[in-house]
Design a protein around this ligand. Structure first.
Ligand code: CNA
Length: 288
């Protein structure tokens, strides 16, 4: 904490210092690691913000622990809670935030190596970040798998149709005679393996990374929370978040850490203003 705060001069100076790093000619391979905080401005609650976070608002499900709702053993016994939450989520048309488009802008400027996202809302896809530039570390709702026969459902509408009925109808598999396994969207639950794409890409990407920008995550869910620690020790790292988290607090190895504390969109818009990117950003937003 002390080490990080030493670098913290008045906020706009810090924002400008980070913007200068982004704009530096030698910066060519930026990794942006994102979490649920990126999408709160779109109206999607995160997990852990006291009061508004999902973990403080699951009373109706009578869970022993709020993480049960994303735990495989619980889901196998009681899939209703997760599907009710999913129904609520898929019935709304959430829009990407300005900060999602900022990541797209980094791609357009040819300096985005990759966006590793923990989010399952696919707002990165809506913001048109290319599939090649995106790693959805915790999966997505786009596809689903039968938990019994492991057959893949490439069309998530099979699940959606069941959920959108008046009373939630659990989607059961009919690919093989008599299977009747529950069809689970391919979002990664606690204790499940992360997608192969994450496993194979994360370390090589981090070796190439020359600027790590972490946005809107408490850095508590592993292995993703380890990503900022995989970059070379001379790589500058930036955390844009309400609170400090992960190894940004006790970074002995990393000497170039920046903590931009505050509201994500506010900070990103100030950064774009300083970079002279505001018009480009607005153009992307308008193209929505
Ligand atoms: P988290 O633990 O809830 O942390 C979110 C962080 O963002 C917290 O530190 C907040 O203080 C911070 N934050 C929230 N809003 C803002 C804001 N406007 N400005 C600045 N900071 C803000 O969530 P993590 O992403 O760290 O946890 C990983 C989980 C959350 C992943 O498995 C996700 O799948 C899961 N999740 C995803 C979504 C989504 O897809 N939108 C929503 C809720 C949870």
């Amino acid at each position: 904490q002390e080490e990080v705060s030493k670098q913290l001069s008045p906020r706009s100076e810090k924002i400008h210092a980070v913007a200068d790093l982004i704009n530096n000619d030698s910066t060519k391979n930026i990794i942006v690691l994102t979490g649920a905080g990126l999408s709160t401005a779109a109206g999607i609650p995160d997990f852990r913000t006291p009061g508004t976070g999902l973990y403080d608002n699951l009373q109706k499900y009578n869970l022993d622990d709020p993480t049960d709702i994303f735990t495989l053993s619980y889901f196998k016994k009681k899939p209703h809670a997760f599907f009710e939450l999913t129904k609520d989520f898929i019935s709304k048309d959430y829009k990407p935030t300005a900060s999602h488009y900022f990541i797209k802008l980094l791609e357009d400027k040819n300096i985005l190596l990759r966006n590793y996202t923990q989010n399952i809302d696919a707002l990165e896809v809506k913001a048109k970040i290319s599939a090649d530039k995106l790693v959805q570390c915790h999966g997505s709702y786009d596809t689903a798998t039968c938990l019994r026969c492991r057959e893949s459902y490439k069309d998530i509408n099979v699940v959606k149709e069941h959920l959108m009925r008046d009373k939630i109808d659990i989607p059961y598999c009919n690919k093989k005679e008599g299977c009747r396994g529950v069809i689970k969207p391919n979002v990664v639950f606690f204790g499940e393996d992360l997608p192969e794409r994450f496993v194979s890409m994360v370390k090589p990407d981090c070796r190439k990374c020359d600027l790590m920008i972490v946005i809107g995550t408490s850095l508590t869910v592993y292995p993703v929370a380890s990503i900022p620690g995989f970059v070379n020790s001379d790589c500058p790292r930036v955390l844009i978040n309400m609170d400090l988290g992960g190894d940004f607090t006790k970074s002995s190895k990393f000497k170039n850490d920046y903590f931009l504390q505050g509201d994500i969109n506010e900070i990103v818009l100030k950064m774009c203003d300083y970079l002279g990117w505001t018009q480009d950003l607005e153009k992307l937003i308008r193209q929505e």
